[in-house]
Design a protein around this ligand. Structure first.
Ligand code: SF4
Length: 329
């Protein structure tokens, strides 16, 4: 994919170039590799400082694997990931540890991601202790300050996770992500486990914090209305590939890719002017272990042509800033 027309390099905090993650499928007593699950297949995008890039797609499209590759919980099969110009994919372990503090994650299930035996204070102190940041009293001050910033009373610091509601726990998760002053925060479905009324509060909090700290977010969600609310740009993924990457307005008001159109048409709460009638996709998402030849979406696409069954479309810029992988354009 070519993103040649994107602006000056220095403004990008995160660059993902042609990243692939194939999980081998092994069989037999000798564990011979007989295939591979192509969880992420040649994905490229860039994040500007201070922006929010929404990543949407059905479950199994590779969006969470992409997050795990960026924070190096998984190694890439191929490709490069750069943070502030520094290549992460080949960093030795000791350097990786220092860089890891610059990318933090907010997880879907705040309860599962917090240690149930630790108080909130310990949860927030621990990363600063590990990275040797500040004195004891400075760290405690920072904990109180962060709790304030995420809308929790600092007196709650001695409580354990089970003493909080789901929304409060996610606020603690956000405070923990902020404690090391990261350059990028990857939020993986951060509100999908919360009640609707609490979702808006947490999203508004994340937006306020972004303004305050000039944070850069990669926001993974399957919920298009959440994505429309928080994103500056949006990448739509299908079977491990980005099929459309555009500004929020381009994507929601002038979607190009048939899959994007189908997703938007099926989301009644999204305010897209283009939306006319619901497009019902045929069948299920094919297995990433055996993706269809040509365009991976061709088995479900209402606009499928002969060429789609044999030739994989590449992601090209159709309008300034709007990239689409489809033979229709
Ligand atoms: Fe549909 Fe063909 Fe475009 Fe794929 S390339 S989305 S099958 S029209």
């Amino acid at each position: 994919m070519t993103l040649s027309k994107q602006r000056d390099k220095s403004e990008y905090i995160l660059e993902v170039e042609n990243v692939k993650k194939y999980f081998p499928i092994k069989k037999g007593v000798f564990s011979k590799q007989v295939g591979a699950v192509k969880a992420v297949d040649d994905v490229s995008f860039k994040l500007r400082k201070g922006e929010t890039l929404g990543i949407v797609g059905e479950s199994g499209c590779g969006k969470s694997t992409m997050a795990r590759l960026i924070i190096r919980l998984l190694d890439v099969t191929e490709g490069l990931i750069k943070l502030d110009g520094k290549e992460l994919t080949s960093l030795p372990k000791d350097e990786l540890r220092a860089t890891r503090r610059d990318i933090q994650m907010v997880f879907q299930d705040p309860f599962a991601s917090l240690n149930p035996r630790w108080t909130v204070e310990r949860t927030l102190l621990e990363p600063m202790r590990v990275y040797n940041i500040g004195t004891k009293s400075e760290r405690k001050e920072k904990v109180a300050d962060l709790l304030n910033k995420v809308g929790l009373d600092p007196s709650y610091a001695k409580r354990h996770p089970h003493e909080f509601s789901g929304g409060q726990r996610q606020r603690i998760g956000i405070a923990r992500a902020l404690v090391l002053n990261p350059k990028v925060i990857i939020a993986d479905e951060p509100v999908s486990a919360l009640d609707i009324s609490v979702q808006a509060q947490v999203i508004n909090l994340m937006q306020d914090l972004q303004e305050q700290y000039n944070l850069t977010y990669m926001f993974i969600t399957h919920d298009l209305s959440v994505c429309e609310h928080i994103s500056d740009r949006v990448a739509v993924m299908y079977l491990g590939k980005i099929v459309e990457l555009a500004s929020k307005d381009q994507l929601f008001y002038n979607p190009r890719h048939p899959y994007t159109l189908a997703l938007i048409s099926a989301a009644p709460e999204v305010n897209a002017v283009q939306k006319k009638e619901r497009i019902v996709l045929k069948g299920d998402v094919p297995s990433p272990a055996n993706p269809p030849k040509g365009c991976a979406f061709h088995t479900r696409c209402p606009n499928c042509m002969d060429i789609c069954k044999v030739e994989t479309p590449t992601l090209n810029e159709k309008e300034p800033g709007q990239f689409v992988a489809c033979h229709l354009f």
